[in-house]
Design a protein around this ligand. Structure first.
Ligand SMILES: [Mg+2]
Ligand SMILES: [Zn+2]
Length: 180
């Protein structure tokens, strides 16, 4: 590893990797639906020299709607499906706590990102946090990463603008990586 550390694309899960269940949590694998081109996007992100690390709030655990074992099972299936399509994840960090617990890891706090940065030797300032909500962007900012909003075609003035989906951002990133 170089002195500056590695670069990463931190990404939210629900609404970025898999379809959001409005008003509900993904509690079982049959509720998990990949969004289009996610595996190809993660492949492109990694080919562009970035680690791919998932940063996700899973309050459904804290609410008792599922257990950590259910969450782990979903993530094992997710990792397996992605790998089958040539896309490896470099880490999955989940906050299982209730908002009311005021832990330091639930987004918009940056505890999960900071943990990943320390454990994986990442240069936060050269990394991105991609999400579909303002709490993702806020967590990214607090950790010193560049925040990227996806899931909308409007711009929000967050600097990098807004991308339609993970693939749109991955293509942008690949274009940048080529030019450096
Ligand atoms: Mg989300
Ligand atoms: Zn937490």
């Amino acid at each position: 590893m170089g002195g500056r550390g590695r670069t990463a694309v931190f990404m939210d899960r629900d609404g970025v990797i898999n379809r959001l269940l409005p008003g509900d949590y993904v509690k079982r694998w049959d509720e998990f639906e990949f969004l289009p081109e996610v595996a190809a996007a993660i492949r492109l992100i990694r080919e562009s020299g970035f680690l791919a690390v998932v940063i996700t709030n899973q309050q459904g655990v804290g609410k008792g709607l599922m257990g950590m074992d259910d969450l782990d099972a979903i993530h094992r299936r997710m990792v397996g499906e992605l790998r089958r399509h040539g896309a490896d994840l470099d880490g999955i960090y989940a906050c299982p706590h209730l908002a009311a617990e005021e832990c330091d890891c639930r987004k918009p706090k940056d505890g999960l990102i900071r943990r990943a940065v320390a454990e994986l030797g990442i240069d936060a300032g050269a990394s991105y946090m991609v999400g579909d909500s303002s709490s993702d962007l806020e967590a990214g900012r607090r950790a010193g990463c560049r925040p990227v909003l996806i899931g909308s075609v409007s711009t929000d003035g967050c600097g990098l603008g807004t991308f339609l989906d993970l693939m749109a951002f991955a293509r942008f990133l690949a274009g940048r990586a080529e030019g450096r």
